[in-house]
Design a protein around this ligand. Structure first.
Ligand SMILES: *Cc1c(COP(=O)(O)O)cnc(C)c1O
Length: 396
C-alpha cells in the first residue's frame, strides 16, 4: 500500500522535534550535529533568535497580501539585494525551481523582444536546477528526465567545465548559458576563476545571456555574498533560494536592467512570491550576512574546517580522497559510497549529505562555532574508522 506521504524520498529513520543553532534534537533529547543545514537552507542555524523575531513580528501584523499592492517588506529586500549585488532588479519566488523557470523565461523573452528570437540554452552535465519540467530539461540527466515524456526543448548539455566544448557550441544563436559556479548536487564541483572568466567572455562575444544558479552556493555560503564574486565576473541573471530565507521558503531572480527588459507588466507572476512573511525574514538574513564581519568569520571558520578535513582525509586514505569546494560549501571525495559515510555518521549523531560524483557534502550553518567544527570532525573520524574496520556493516 502506498504510504500517505508520496514515497519520492528515501528517508532516514530520524525525526527532529526542535533545532538550536547547529543542532537538531529528537523527542528523546538526542542531539545531532547538523552539517547539512537543510541542504544549505538553514544558513544562520536553527531557531536563530533574530530570524524568529523578524518572523514573529511580521506574523503578528500581516502574512499575505497580493502582489496587486505595494509590499514594503518586499521592497526592502529587493533594495538590499540590488544594493549588494550586480543586479538592478529582483523578482521573488518560493523556491529555486521557480527561480529557474523565470530565469529561462526572462532570457528567451529578452531575445524575443529584441526581434531576433534565440532559444538554445547551454547547460552542463551534473547540473541541478530544480524539478519542474523546465528545470529537469535544463539539467538533462537521464535519472531526472526518464519517463516524463516530451520536455521543454532548447537545452543542450555540455561536459562539465569543458571550455573547449562551450567554445564549439556557443554562437550568435545561443540564447543563454546557465551554470552553477559551484555544482552542489553534482558533487561540490567548482568552476575555476579562469573558467568563469572564459564563460563570461564567450557570452560577451556572442551576446548570450549568462545565468548563474547560486541557489546552493549563494548567500555567504562560500565566504562572499555570492560565489561568483570570487572570480570577479558577474552574470546577467542569477537564481537565488535556499539560504536567502534561512529556512523560510523564499527564492529570487536577480537581473540587470537589460536582461530583465522583456519582463513587463503581465508577463510573469506568483501568488505567494514576495509575501511579507518571507521577505521580512529574507531582509533580516541579508542584514546579517552582508556585515563584513560576518563574511570574515565564515572565511576564518571555513579555513579551520578545511584544515581539519585535510587531516581527516590523510588519516583515512581508504575512505576519503580529498577535500574540495569553497568556504562552508565543502565536499569530501570518497572512495566508498558516500551514503555509507552518511549512515555511519547517523550512528555518531552527525548529519551530512551525499552528492553525485562520490562526494559527501558538508554544508553547516554559517554560524557554526569553532568547538562544533572540532566536534564534527571528531565524529566524522569515528564514522570513517568504523567503515575501515567493517565496510558496509553500518546499520540504521
Ligand atoms: C536546490 C537547488 C535548486 C532547486 O531549488 P528548490 O528550492 O528545491 O526548488 C536549484 N538549483 C540548485 C543549484 C539547487 O541546489
Amino acid at each position: 500500500m502506498i504510504p500517505s506521504i508520496l514515497p519520492t524520498y528515501n528517508r532516514a529513520p530520524l525525526s527532529f522535534e526542535k533545532g538550536e543553532g547547529s543542532w537538531l534534537i529528537e523527542a528523546d533529547g538526542t542531539r545531532y550535529l547538523d552539517l547539512g543545514a537543510g541542504i544549505a537552507v538553514n544558513a544562520l542555524g536553527h531557531a536563530n533568535p533574530d530570524l524568529v523575531a523578524a518572523l514573529t513580528e511580521q506574523a503578528g501584523r500581516l502574512w499575505h497580501v497580493s502582489n496587486l499592492y505595494q509590499i514594503p517588506e518586499q521592497q526592502r529586500l529587493a533594495d538590499l539585494l540590488v544594493e549588494n549585488t550586480f543586479a538592478d532588479t529582483a523578482f521573488f519566488t518560493n523556491s529555486g525551481t521557480e527561480a529557474a523557470e523565470l530565469a529561462i523565461k526572462m532570457a528567451r523573452k529578452y531575445w524575443y523582444e529584441k526581434g531576433a528570437p534565440r532559444e538554445e540554452i547551454l547547460t552542463f552535465e551534473g547540473a541541478f536546477h530544480g524539478r519542474s519540467t523546465g528545470a529537469i530539461a535544463a539539467a538533462g540527466s537521464e535519472k531526472m528526465v526518464k519517463g516524463y515524456g516530451a520536455l521543454m526543448p532548447g537545452f543542450r548539455q555540455l561536459p562539465w567545465a569543458d571550455m573547449a566544448a562551450l567554445k564549439a557550441a556557443i554562437s550568435d544563436r545561443t540564447c543563454a548559458v546557465m551554470v552553477e559556479p559551484i555544482q552542489g548536487e553534482g558533487g561540490i564541483r567548482p568552476l575555476s576563476d579562469a573558467d568563469m572568466k572564459t564563460i563570461r567572455q564567450l557570452c560577451d562575444e556572442t551576446g548570450a545571456i549568462l545565468i548563474f544558479d547560486e541557489v546552493q552556493c549563494g548567500v555567504a555560503r562560500t565566504g562572499r555574498l555570492f560565489a561568483h564574486e570570487w572570480s570577479g565576473v558577474t552574470p546577467d541573471i542569477m537564481m537565488v533560494a535556499k539560504g536567502i530565507g534561512g529556512g523560510f521558503p523564499l527564492g529570487a531572480v536577480l537581473a540587470t536592467e537589460a536582461a530583465a527588459s522583456g519582463m513587463t507588466a503581465g508577463t510573469h507572476g506568483s501568488t505567494y512570491g514576495g509575501n511579507p512573511l518571507a521577505c521580512a525574514v529574507g531582509a533580516k538574513v541579508m542584514e546579517i550576512v552582508t556585515d563584513p564581519g560576518f563574511l570574515a568569520e565564515v572565511n576564518r571558520k571555513a579555513a579551520l574546517l578545511r584544515q581539519k578535513l585535510e587531516g581527516l582525509v590523510a588519516a583515512h586514505p581508504g575512505i576519503f580522497e580529498g577535500v574540495r569546494g569553497q568556504g562552508l560549501m565543502l565536499g569530501l571525495k570518497c572512495k566508498v559510497a558516500p551514503a555509507e559515510v552518511v549512515k555511519a555518521g547517523y550512528a555518531r549523531q552527525i548529519l551530512t549529505v551525499p552528492a553525485a560524483d562520490e562526494t559527501l557534502r558538508l554544508l553547516p550553518p554559517l554560524t557554526i562555532t569553532d568547538e562544533e567544527i572540532a566536534e564534527a570532525v571528531t565524529r566524522l573520524d569515528a564514522a570513517a574508522a568504523e567503515l575501515e574496520t567493517a565496510p558496509a556493516a553500518s546499520s540504521l
